[in-house]
Ligand binder design. Structure first.
Ligand SMILES: [Fe+2]
Ligand SMILES: [Fe+2]
Length: 448
């Protein structure tokens, strides 16, 4: 229960618990009573008892994710981050009471971020960690704002462009404030109707900004188009490629990165390598290829000073080969040197084959192998090389875990379609509530 440096306290509303949810640490009430063991699925009965006792929140302590966020030399001051949370709170109050949104406060935060964020090397963008699930919309919006400004700086946007992108990013999910928390935080799959409501949030957001602020059309555009996808399967319009423009795509990428790497009541935080490889795979599907490439190539060194792939970790390549990360050009490289131990036919090789992924476009890391049993077997194989028993008649088992989307048997393109179908009724409703989409197309000149 300590709040030590390498531990992180996660608070969780009891109403978000569901049978089968597994927390990464023992769950406690505020009076310090242990109510459930970590890494053990919650039972319906246990949840009922907490509700009957009137307990609203539990918390658990878990280890910080190693190999991710760095610790030294943060770009953004704590003070301005705290202010940003306060402004987010004011924003929520303004939205729910239909008042004018606090533009001055929003401007101050975005300006502060623009001044703090630097693309000189050696500093790390200190993204916020979630303290309470209820605050997710705040921390998420702040993180998307930080990431979008950094990325836009890398893409050489001028001051005006940075302000538009930063403001749009901070407000991108403001429409979610119109949607009930039950739907927003629903642990398991949304029903079709609930999903249709969720998909309205860009339109709700656009409408709020249009009617409750003086922020201009380009900021409205970012909010309205942040769920459009490069291949035209996004919402609300199903715009394609260049029609979406760049500023909304920047925010869209930052959005995916933060969502994947954040812990939610229904899913663990994913490591940075996973989010970056998702963006890479979504290149040409959700994102314009040149933007996806720029994000994956340019952003990691500003996101952590730690290794993205730790030396000594075992990885599965897209070729089916399995090996160990042994070196890299720089710690945040997504293309380290891998010593191949198992070939694509799942046979142990005679000698380890070092492959520098930087010079091999055909090979990519697909997954980091974390199963204890597999790590142990690979350790044995490695030892066998060291002892020069290279003729070990060892055929590797069939159970090397694939990344999730592949385990589901879906191609990325299918997954993208699956994630964002656009039923006629939703399109009609969205069109009725919106201005002509042409207002927002090809309107991004003089921002760089
Ligand atoms: Fe969104
Ligand atoms: Fe978002």
């Amino acid at each position: 229960m300590s709040d030590g440096k390498n531990e992180f306290r996660v608070e969780l509303f009891v109403k978000f618990l569901y049978p089968g949810i597994i927390l990464k640490g023992d769950a406690y009430t505020y009076s310090g009573e242990k109510v459930w063991a970590g890494n053990t699925p919650f039972t319906e009965d246990a949840i009922k008892k907490l509700i009957e006792r009137g307990i609203q929140k539990v918390f658990y302590t878990r280890a910080r994710v190693v190999n991710d966020k760095g610790t030294g030399n943060p770009m953004v001051s704590e003070e301005i981050l705290k202010k940003a949370v306060d402004i987010s709170h004011e924003l929520e109050q303004a939205v729910t009471s239909k008042a004018i949104i606090p533009e001055k406060g929003v401007n101050e935060i975005v300006d502060g971020f623009i001044n703090n964020i630097s693309t000189s090397e050696g500093t790390v963008l200190n993204l916020m960690e979630l303290k309470e699930y209820d605050d997710y919309t705040y921390t998420h919006s702040i993180n998307v704002c930080l990431l979008s400004i950094l990325f836009a700086k890398k893409l050489n946007y001028n001051e005006k462009g940075l302000k538009i992108i930063g403001t749009g990013a901070l407000l991108h999910d403001i429409g979610k404030m119109m949607i009930s928390k039950e739907i927003l935080n629903k642990p398991l799959g949304l029903t079709r109707e609930e999903f249709e409501i969720m998909k309205k949030h860009p339109v709700f957001g656009y409408e709020i900004i249009r009617s409750q602020s003086n922020f201009g059309t380009l900021i409205q555009k970012v909010v309205l188009l942040h769920h459009e996808k490069h291949i035209g399967k996004g919402y609300p319009f199903g715009l394609r490629g260049e029609q979406i423009g760049e500023i909304a795509q920047i925010v869209s990428m930052a959005d995916v990165f933060d969502a994947v790497t954040s812990e939610r009541p229904y899913k663990p935080a994913r490591p940075y390598w996973y989010a970056l490889s998702q963006i890479k795979k979504d290149s040409g599907i959700a994102f314009a290829p040149r933007l996806a490439r720029a994000f994956v190539d340019d952003m990691p060194k500003y996101l952590t000073e730690n290794e993205i792939f730790t030396k000594g970790c075992y990885v599965l390549l897209n070729s089916g080969e399995v090996g160990e990360v042994i070196d890299y050009r720089f710690p945040q490289s997504l293309k380290p040197v891998v010593n191949i131990y198992i070939n694509s036919k799942k046979e142990v090789v005679r000698y380890p084959i070092p492959v520098n992924l930087e010079f091999d476009d055909s090979r990519n890391i697909e997954n980091v192998l974390e199963d204890d049993g597999i790590i142990k077997k690979l350790g044995e194989i490695k030892d066998s090389f060291a002892k020069r028993k290279e003729k070990t008649p060892y055929v590797f088992p069939d159970d090397i875990p694939k990344p999730e989307h592949e385990a589901s048997g879906m191609s990325i393109a299918e997954a993208a379609r699956e994630a964002a179908p656009i039923p006629e009724a939703a399109m009609d409703a969205a069109k009725k509530a919106e201005p002509d989409k042409d207002l927002f197309i090809e309107n991004e000149s003089d921002l760089k």
